[in-house]
Write a protein that binds this ligand. Structure first.
Ligand code: SAM
Length: 405
């Protein structure tokens, strides 16, 4: 690992726990004008996101607006008596083994939402940006007017898209209100559960729908793709970018009993038991085609697990990846291993000691595959073609989610 490499240094400067300087925060605040008080689509009442947003996400002021689409949508209102409790649950982050988790639809997503994790998500955004040679998307976008990011996390992708396409309306959804409070005025965050049958919007609404790193989030990602098809405009695009959890190695240096492989297997098994498969990315292309997308393209990128490669770009990626694993391993393990495998916090932490050593072992030339898949909804598709209902979504494909590669 070459710590003097400026690319490594700059990448590490953005790593977890290395918060932006005050000057950088001020610059971000100046660059990003305050969000509007309600989204341009007219969906309902904004909810002020003030003290409940973790400190790390508070970049400036108190002007952020989050909208609980499902409690306010004129298309799918919740019953009056339940809407207040849903609103409260969004901001109540249940604590478990020293980490916090989303309160809305609590228990359905197994990774934390506290500042440690949101810093890691911001760093993961930098890693993928570097992995993709500074690209945010691969679909051939032509002046998109409406963009959706499903499961946006800290919203970095949505914010950059809002900057790049100032004439577009960028909507971004998540279970957790962990997005920055100061964003471009064309970017709107919604608290929404993408596994709902209905995304409470007209069909064919978006020119471009994007998902990124949603492994382990959904029972059946085919449903997200089929809904994506339904909500994409004819001629528009959907794109999914995701990491296969399986570690790969091309030169025989990864031993069969490598502790990181064992950890991955435990995690994958627990996720399967929780009905949230991880090994989905290598099936995206098939699933996009089955959903009706055409001209479906797939790109696969290598993401080394540590700085073992000689190639400068891959080495830098590996160094970033190792740092991401070091900061994220405990959070990525805690809920799955405790809730599903019934391990105690102490058992988990003791077990992770060897896993961390394995991740740092440069004699093992292991890497992850990052899949990027995009497809176009045919122009001949009528705005409402496809369906958003889960009954139809369950029928159409030959591959089960989460089958091992
Ligand atoms: C690993 S993070 C990825 C975030 C972001 N896409 C990125 O690339 O940084 C997964 C995100 O999906 C969100 N998520 C999980 N299940 C969801 C659901 N059913 N509906 C909406 N968002 C969900 C989580 O809250 C989390 O922020």
């Amino acid at each position: 690992m070459n710590q003097d490499d400026p690319a490594v240094a700059s990448a590490k400067g953005k790593g977890p726990g290395q918060n932006m300087s005050d000057a950088a925060l001020a610059m971000a605040a100046a660059t990003h004008s305050p969000a509007q008080s309600s989204p341009t689509t007219g969906f309902g009442t904004p909810i002020e996101a003030d003290c409940q947003v973790p400190a790390a996400r508070r970049r400036c002021g108190t002007d952020a607006v989050l909208v609980l689409r499902r409690t306010v949508s004129p298309l799918l209102p919740l019953r009056h008596d339940s809407s207040q409790s849903v609103t409260n649950s969004v901001f109540e982050f249940p604590k478990e083994n020293g980490r916090t988790y989303h309160g809305f639809r609590a228990g359905t997503y197994h990774f934390p939402n506290d500042p440690n994790e949101t810093d890691r998500l911001d760093f993961q955004f930098e890693i993928l940006k570097y992995c993709f040679s500074d690209r945010n998307y691969f679909a051939p976008l032509n002046n998109p007017k409406r963009i959706l990011d499903v499961g946006t996390g800290t919203g970095q992708w949505a914010i950059e898209m809002g900057d790049e396409f100032p004439d577009a309306e960028v909507q971004a959804t998540d279970l957790s209100p962990v997005q920055p409070v100061s964003v471009p005025e064309n970017v709107h965050f919604f608290i929404d559960d993408a596994s709902e049958e209905d995304w409470t919007l007209p069909s064919g609404y978006f020119d471009y729908i994007h998902t990124r790193v949603l492994l382990g989030c959904f029972t059946d990602f085919r449903e997200i793709i089929r809904k994506g098809f339904y909500y994409t405009k004819p001629g528009g695009y959907m794109e999914s970018q995701d990491i296969m959890s399986t570690p790969y190695c091309d030169d025989g240096t990864m031993p069969p009993d490598w502790p990181f492989s064992e950890w991955t297997q435990y995690g994958d098994d627990a996720a399967m038991e929780a009905d949230r498969p991880m090994r989905i990315a290598n099936k995206f292309k098939r699933w996009y085609e089955a959903a009706g997308f055409v001209d479906v393209q797939e790109k696969v990128f290598k993401l080394p697990i540590n700085g073992w490669p000689r190639d400068k770009h891959l080495k830098t990626l590996g160094v970033m990846s190792e740092e991401n694993w070091m900061s994220g391993l405990s959070g990525l393990s805690m809920a799955l291993f405790s809730r599903i495998l019934n391990w105690s916090k102490t058992e988990i932490e003791v077990y992770l000691v060897n896993v961390r050593k394995a991740i740092q072992d440069k004699r093992v030339h292991a890497y992850h595959k990052v899949y990027v898949v995009w497809g176009r909804k045919p122009l001949t598709a009528t705005p409402g073609s496809g369906t958003a209902t889960s009954a139809a979504l369950g029928t159409a494909t030959s591959a089960a989610p989460g089958t091992p590669v």
